[in-house]
Each structure stands twice: as structure tokens, then as C-alpha cells.
Design a protein around this ligand. Structure first.
Ligand code: GDP
Ligand code: IMO
Ligand code: MG
Length: 427
């Protein structure tokens, strides 16, 4: 059964966009199943660089149908500017399908995201400010607005009224802001309806029929395992399920259909926003990883926090996602270190711990236990096969594979489509 899930194994920005794009030429559908334009996926094709936020990275492969599933939250203005940007560069986006059940990020959701963060002060999550959390909160509170609501003005008005009833109290009385007018929001949302219409589809039916016809479907996660609302470092997480199960709920495809789950794993670790990060570096090694790896957020432009590879996290990702493979990215960034520390376990209040602790208190106290692997100095960006890698780079990959609990089936040695070593085929 040719259904693959591709997701982030760490805190996001592992190189999911590049990995999806690489497979895009061989798959029929690429589906986003959660998150929204908090994601920033970079794809480099030849000398062209694309930054995608909401659209699945498969949009750059002509034969592939990109799908925005029911689990995604959609900001229509962002969607249109992304589509316009791609059209201006000659990319055909006409095949895009969007679930009518996907929720809309309304302007008031964006406002609430920003004021909530401001009120949290030092305790802020460091969100992307795109309205993601408040939109999912409305969904769970059953006062969300879905794409299909745009096609019934009366229902839309009632729903916006219901959503704003409580929010306006909060905005005016707690946050000291002006109330938001129902009519203005309805008018703005209705303004998106016509342009969205050709894309809106019953994506659950489309995807299940495609699978019945043995088409290849790739589910592209946003964010990463440790940012998962259930399995991540709560509350410093995003408000959806990037983990593998999220692909089923966020696209309406049963778990029995999923044949492979690929975890995208950076050869070191990064994180954006607040929250614990045991292997974080505050020294020149951290600065060097940031500089060489170009670790700056695609969405918010924030510097990413950088640290060494953490095998405890990789093992955890294998477990909670049922990973069948890893795609190890950015190995080239580690070229030049004499030895490379790898976190193999944590020390927590004097105890050695091999598995990610479920207790947040323990995780906040976790100190990395490092093993030091010998580095390499040869340029590896031209390597096409595993045997082209210097011995120490091969050993680094083998050690990570052993510690992480799933085979490393591909290795990224540069940002470009062809800068990849394929070890086992994904299809
Ligand atoms: P995503 O959010 O998981 O799609 O990742 P981002 O696009 O936010 O960040 C990954 C960055 O690493 C992008 O700038 C990619 O072009 C780049 N990249 C991906 N794979 C590799 C690789 O193997 N080597 C290098 N040097 N860069 C890579
Ligand atoms: P991709 O798909 C890295 C982080 C934010 C913040 C937390 C909550 O490019 O890997 P949100 O706006 O989602 O409510 O913010 O999650 N975050 C990401 N970090 N990569 C991402 O996406 C992220 N999307 C959200 O920085 O800490
Ligand atoms: Mg990113």
C-alpha cells in the first residue's frame, strides 16, 4: 500500500520540504494534514529557492496533486499570496485541492494569538503569531469557521457571531482592545469565497479513492514530533498533531492504509521559540552550527537555537510515530569538527536516563550525557553514495542509526534536490 507519512522527528525545520520535494516526482498526491502557515519549508530546485508555508511541497512537482487536508488551518490571504508568488514564477498551481472541512484562520484568531503572547510575558510560547493556536482552540470549542461555511452567508454570519461573542468580551475587558465587528469579518471572509471555490473538494473521498487505485500518496507533516500537542514538550508546542497519527485524522485515511513512516532527522538539533532543549549550545559551536547550517526561521526570521544531536529524542520519535525509516539531513554542516558530541542519554538529578522522561520536571532537569565521535574534514557535498563518504562520516551515520532505532534510508549532504544519498528506496 503506497501511503507514506513524512514528518519531523525533532522540533521542526529538519528539512521536510526538501525531502518531500525529492519524492514529489514519484508520488501522485502530497497532502498537508495539520498545522498551517506556521510552517516554513524550503525547497531548492536548481538555482531556484522556494519558501512554502501552507502549500504542500509537492506543488513544485508537475505530476503531483497537492492537497490541504481537513486537519490543516488555512489563512486564505496567505494562501492567495503564496499561490500568486508561485504563479509569478511559472509554477502551475491549478491542481490544488482543499478540504471543505479545513478550518479558517480568521483575523481575530491572529489578534488573539498576538495579545495572548504579549500577556504571557516571560512565560510566552514564542509562537509564530499566525493565529494557529486560537484557530485550533475554536475548532475544539466548536466555534470554528470552516472553508465550507463561506458558501452559506447566513450560517457564516451565525458562526462568526458565536465565535466573537465571548472573544469580544475578552478583548475589550481583559486585553483592553477594541471589539471586532461581525459584519466586517463576514465581509472579509466572503471576499475569499469565489477564488477558493475551484480548489474546494471532498479530499477524504479523493484520497481514499486514490489509494484504492494504488496511487502513491505522501502525507507531509508540518512542525515536528517534539512540537506535538500530545507528545511534545507541552506547553511549548504547536496546537496540532504532527506525529504519524495526525496524518490519519488530518486527512481522513485509516491507519491500515499507511505503509511507511519516514522521520526527517537533522544531524544536529535546532529549536525556535521557548521551551526545554537539553543539548542546546550557548558557545561558539552553537554559533557555528547556526552560521554554517543557515539556521534562521523561514517563517519569522528568528535565529534558531542550535545544539548537538540528541539520540534520546530520536528514539522517542521512532516510538511515538512507529518510524520505519529516517532521512538524515544536513550531515554536510558537521564537516570540519574534530570530534562531534552526540547525546546518548540524560542525567536527571544524578540518575542516567535512556528514554525521554514523561515528566516535564524531569525533562527540564535533563543534562545531556555525551559520547564523542570522530569528525571529518573532507567536503561531502558531492557524495552520491554511502561509500563516497569519508569513513568517519559513515561511522557517524551508523552510530546515529544504531542509537535511533530505525534505518537511515537517505542522507542530505546539501540543500539541493540532488544533494542526497539514497540508501534504501522509499517507494
Ligand atoms: P522544514 O521546515 O523541515 O521543511 O525545514 P526548513 O526548510 O525550515 O529548514 C531546513 C533548511 O535546511 C532549509 O534551508 C533547507 O534548504 C536546508 N537543507 C535541507 N536539507 C539539507 C542538507 O542536507 N544540507 C544542507 N546544508 N541544507 C539542507
Ligand atoms: P516547520 O514545518 C519550527 C514553533 C514556534 C513556537 C511553537 C508554537 O517549518 O518545521 P505556533 O505558531 O505553531 O502556535 O507556535 O511552535 N513552531 C515551529 N518551529 N518549525 C516549524 O514549522 C514551526 N511551527 C511552529 O516557534 O515555539
Ligand atoms: Mg521550517
Amino acid at each position: 500500500m503506497p501511503a507514506l507519512v513524512l514528518l519531523g522527528a525533532q522540533w521542526g525545520d529538519e528539512g521536510k520540504g526538501k525531502a518531500t520535494d525529492l519524492l514529489g516526482g514519484s508520488v501522485d498526491y502530497v497532502v498537508r494534514y495539520q498545522g498551517g502557515n506556521n510552517a516554513g519549508h524550503t525547497v531548492v530546485v536548481g538555482d531556484q529557492k522556494y519558501a512554502l508555508h501552507l502549500l504542500p511541497s509537492g506543488i513544485l512537482s508537475p505530476g503531483c496533486t497537492p492537497v490541504i487536508g481537513n486537519g490543516v488551518v488555512v489563512d486564505p490571504s496567505v494562501l492567495f499570496s503564496e499561490l500568486n508568488g508561485l504563479n509569478d514564477r511559472g509554477v502551475d498551481t491549478s491542481k490544488l485541492l482543499i478540504s471543505g472541512n479545513a478550518h479558517i484562520i480568521t483575523p481575530y484568531n491572529v489578534t488573539v494569538d498576538k495579545v495572548t503572547e504579549r500577556f504571557l510575558g516571560k512565560r510566552k510560547i514564542g509562537t509564530t503569531g499566525r493565529g494557529i493556536g486560537p484557530t485550533y482552540a475554536d475548532k475544539i470549542n466548536r466555534v470554528g469557521i470552516r472553508i465550507q461555511d463561506l458558501y452559506d452567508e447566513s450560517i457564516l454570519t451565525q458562526k462568526v457571531e458565536a465565535a466573537l461573542d465571548g472573544k469580544n468580551q475578552l478583548l475589550t475587558k481583559v486585553f483592553n482592545r477594541r471589539a471586532i465587528e461581525v459584519g466586517q469579518v463576514v465581509e472579509e471572509l466572503l471576499g475569499y469565497a469565489d477564488r477558493l471555490r475551484p480548489y474546494v473538494a471532498d479530499t477524504v473521498l479523493v484520497l481514499n479513492q486514490a489509494l484504492e487505485q494504488d496511487k502513491v500518496v505522501l502525507f507531509e507533516g508540518g512542525q515536528g514530533t517534539l512540537l506535538d500537542i500530545d507528545h511534545g514538550t507541552y506547553p511549548f508546542v504547536t496546537s496540532s498533531n504532527p506525529t504519524a497519527g495526525g496524518a490519519c485524522t488530518g486527512a481522513g485515511v485509516g491507519p491500515t492504509k499507511i505503509s511507511r513512516v519516514i522521520g526527517i532527522l537533522k544531524a544536529y538539533t535546532t529549536r525556535v521559540g521557548s521551551g526545554p532543549f537539553p543539548t542546546e549550545l550557548f558557545d561558539e559551536d552553537g554559533d557555528a552550527l547556526r552560521r554554517i547550517g543557515g539556521e534562521r526561521g523561514v517563517t519569522t526570521g528568528r535565529d534558531r537555537r542550535c545544539g548537538w544531536f540528541d539520540a534520546v529524542i530520536a528514539r522517542y520519535a521512532t516510538r511515538v510515530n512507529g518510524l520505519t525509516d529516517f532521512f538524515l539531513t544536513k550531515l554536510d554542516v558537521l564537516t570540519g569538527w574534530e570530534q562531534i558530541p552526540v547525546c546518548v542519554a540524560y542525567e536527571i538529578d544524578g540518575r542516567r536516563v535512556e528514554d525521554l522522561p514523561y515528566s516535564q520536571t524531569d525533562f527540564h532537569h535533563a543534562k545531556p550525557v555525551y559520547e564523542y565521535l570522530p569528525g571529518w574534514s573532507e567536503d561531502i557535498t558531492k557524495a552520491k553514495s554511502f561509500s563516497d563518504l569519508p569513513k568517519n562520516a559513515q561511522d557517524y551515520v551508523k552510530a546515529l542509526e544504531e542509537m535511533s532505532g530505525a534505518p537511515i534510508s537517505a542522507i542530505g549532504v546539501g540543500p539541493g534536490r540532488d544533494e542526497t544519498i539514497e540508501i534504501n528506496s522509499f517507494l
